[in-house]
Design a protein around this ligand. Structure first.
Ligand SMILES: Nc1nc2c(ncn2[C@@H]2O[C@H](COP(=O)(O)OP(=O)(O)O)[C@@H](O)[C@H]2O)c(=O)[nH]1
Ligand SMILES: [Mg+2]
Length: 333
């Protein structure tokens, strides 16, 4: 693809050019070195001032109804006058259990709406379809005037934890459980949720959904409490019958408003910047060190000695680290 200048992309994105937005997202997702430079130039030109957008993360086991929920929920968002961007798990990823066609039909009324932008996450190299470039895509969507951003993630690998650090409100969708155990909810995920919605509360599942809701409320008692007055709301909804969706919307709206007034939102955004900086710098340092000829050369020498059985792995680690901390890595010799 032919590239333009950073200011071109920034200007076009601000004017609402969706093509430019899509291209810019591809650039920030790209692993090509020239694109990385361009991506950085684009991102550094975005304004940090506007922080009023709602950043919502939605997680839940495959099949719980995330895509269907987003379709129903999206209508509430638009009806409230927002412009909505959806960064969805790549539906072609086998983990999402979906298909491009399936998700397109599911989000049909949204895909054609002028105030909605849907972007399937491209990278499959990270579990769950979420990766550091998702944070950059969020900022690009906000620059394009989308004031409601939904990030969908499947509960695979570390994806929920990665998304948690990019969003304001983290919504967990749960299944009506048949037995008395809370199926499919990964350890640690409930603790991160600001809200939990038991989806599929319709037809024969209404009773099971209500029961699951009570079990979740019970289970939350045993978890470390969040900030005062901020314990997660447990709700039931049906994405298909479009019931309970307004309640979920209202909870997010209320908390977001409260956080904006109390300064917590600004704090959150600061923490998000810090986490992005920290993880990116750490990754960069690691990559730099592993590529460094001195470090690499010594590493290979140790591999050989380990293969020959000259020393055990523990002695090797201690000895390598002793050597490593004494190195001057500012030159390549
Ligand atoms: N009964 C019922 N089924 C639902 C509801 N929401 C989603 N489903 C069904 O659950 C299946 C998985 O939905 P999908 O949105 O693809 O789930 P995802 O994998 O979490 O994105 C589909 O067959 C949906 O029709 C709901 O509210 N009620
Ligand atoms: Mg889906």
């Amino acid at each position: 693809m032919k590239r333009k200048t950073a200011s071109y992309y920034v200007g076009a994105i601000r004017e609402g050019d969706r093509n430019a937005l899509s291209r810019a997202i591809s650039i920030v997702e790209s692993k090509v070195t020239q694109d990385e430079k361009l991506a950085n130039d684009i991102l550094s030109q975005l304004s940090m001032k506007d922080m009023s957008a709602v950043r919502l993360g939605i997680t839940g086991a495959p099949g719980v109804g995330k895509s269907t929920f987003i379709e129903a929920f999206g209508r509430e968002v638009i009806d409230a006058g927002h412009r909505l961007a959806i960064l969805a798990v790549d539906p072609s990823s086998p983990e999402s259990g979906g298909s491009i066609l399936g998700d397109k039909t599911r989000m049909l009324s949204l895909t054609v709406h002028p105030d909605v932008y849907i972007r399937p996450s491209a990278s499959l190299s990270y579990a769950g379809g979420v990766n550091p470039s998702t944070y950059k895509s969020i900022l690009l969507c906000e620059a394009a005037g989308f004031d409601y951003i939904i990030i969908e993630t499947v509960g695979v690998g570390q994806s929920e934890f990665v998304v948690r650090n990019m969003v304001d409100y983290f919504l967990l969708l749960a299944q009506p459980a048949a037995g008395d155990e809370l199926q499919g909810i990964k350890k640690g995920v409930m603790e991160m949720a600001n809200g939990i919605a038991v989806n599929k509360c319709d037809g024969e599942l209404i009773h099971a959904a209500e029961l699951t809701k009570r079990q979740l409320i019970e289970a939350l008692h045993y978890l470390p409490t969040q900030e005062e007055g901020d314990s997660p709301m447990v709700m039931v909804c049906s994405a298909i019958a479009h019931s309970g969706i307004k309640e979920v919307y209202a909870d997010i709206e209320q908390r977001h408003l409260k956080w904006m007034k109390s300064g917590r939102l600004a704090q959150l955004r600061g923490a998000q910047r810090e986490i992005f900086f920290r993880t990116t710098v750490q990754d960069g340092m690691k990559a730099f060190l592993l590529k460094h000829p001195k470090v690499q050369g010594q590493m290979v020498a140790y591999f050989t000695r380990l293969d020959k059985g000259e020393f055990d792995a523990f002695t090797a680690v201690a000895s390598y680290m002793d050597w490593f901390v004494q190195q001057d890595l500012s030159s390549d010799e």
